[in-house]
Write a protein of this length. Structure first.
Length: 110
């Protein structure tokens, strides 16, 4: 189908991927709720948990977008999307990395 009607094939890929995601939204919500509950029980700062969940979300969205653009024959754009996702993940991880480094420094004897 991709060779005969590439536009239709592209729309079918986007629609199918979106439908699968919408089908899984309830399970994703349950997983997020469970992680938040575990973090609250462990007395972990919810800001860190939310940041990690955002990072995971960015990774999945970037991967989905990159796969769609690869299927559309735009490998160069897919590479840029992957790079952008990685940069966003790194930027969001900086506060967590900072806290980890500060904690390690405090643990090292004077």
């Amino acid at each position: 189908m991709k060779e005969q009607k590439p536009t239709f094939a592209f729309l079918l890929i986007v629609f199918t991927g979106s439908a699968i995601f919408l089908f899984l939204v309830d399970q994703i919500y349950q997983i997020i709720f469970m992680i938040q509950k575990l973090a609250a029980n462990a007395r972990v700062n919810i800001v860190y948990v939310e940041t990690i969940l955002k990072i995971i979300g960015i990774a999945y969205i970037a991967e989905f977008a990159a796969q769609i653009t690869k299927d559309a024959g735009q490998g160069a754009i897919a590479s840029k999307i992957e790079l952008g996702g990685k940069i966003l993940i790194l930027a969001m991880a900086i506060p967590i990395l900072t806290v980890m480094i500060e904690t390690i420094i405090r643990l090292i004897p004077g």
